[in-house]
Unconditional design. Structure first.
Length: 115
């Protein structure tokens, strides 16, 4: 089993910044893509950003230029630096890690951006 523990969510004013972190532990073998997804009330879960083991990154259009994803392969962690936050960024943010052929989800962390 793989455990993912997220931290760093909270309440911030529009224009502010937050940093989310996710630490993977347990039966970790061959971690491939590490990603952040988010789900707002009444909406489907959507990809925010993903980073491959070699460092290639992919961002959703709605966060390009504002969010930065990074990972530490030695520590099995992935982070999401969020700047210029908007009220529409309010959502539960989930860490997702692919190990081998399996996908693993974290429990989610709430991000609320007030206007």
């Amino acid at each position: 089993q793989v455990q993912l523990v997220e931290s760093g969510g909270g309440l911030v004013q529009a224009g502010g910044s937050l940093r989310l972190s996710c630490a993977a532990s347990g039966s970790i073998f061959n971690i491939n893509t590490m990603s952040w997804y988010r789900q707002a009330p009444g909406k489907q879960r959507e990809l925010v950003a993903a980073i491959q083991r070699g460092g290639n990154v992919n961002y959703a259009d709605f966060v390009k230029g504002r969010f930065t994803i990074s990972r530490d392969n030695a520590k099995n962690t992935v982070s999401l630096q969020m700047t210029s936050l908007k009220p529409e960024d309010t959502a539960v943010y989930y860490c997702h890690v692919i190990t081998g052929i399996y996908g693993n989800w974290g429990q989610g962390t709430q991000v609320t951006v007030s206007s």
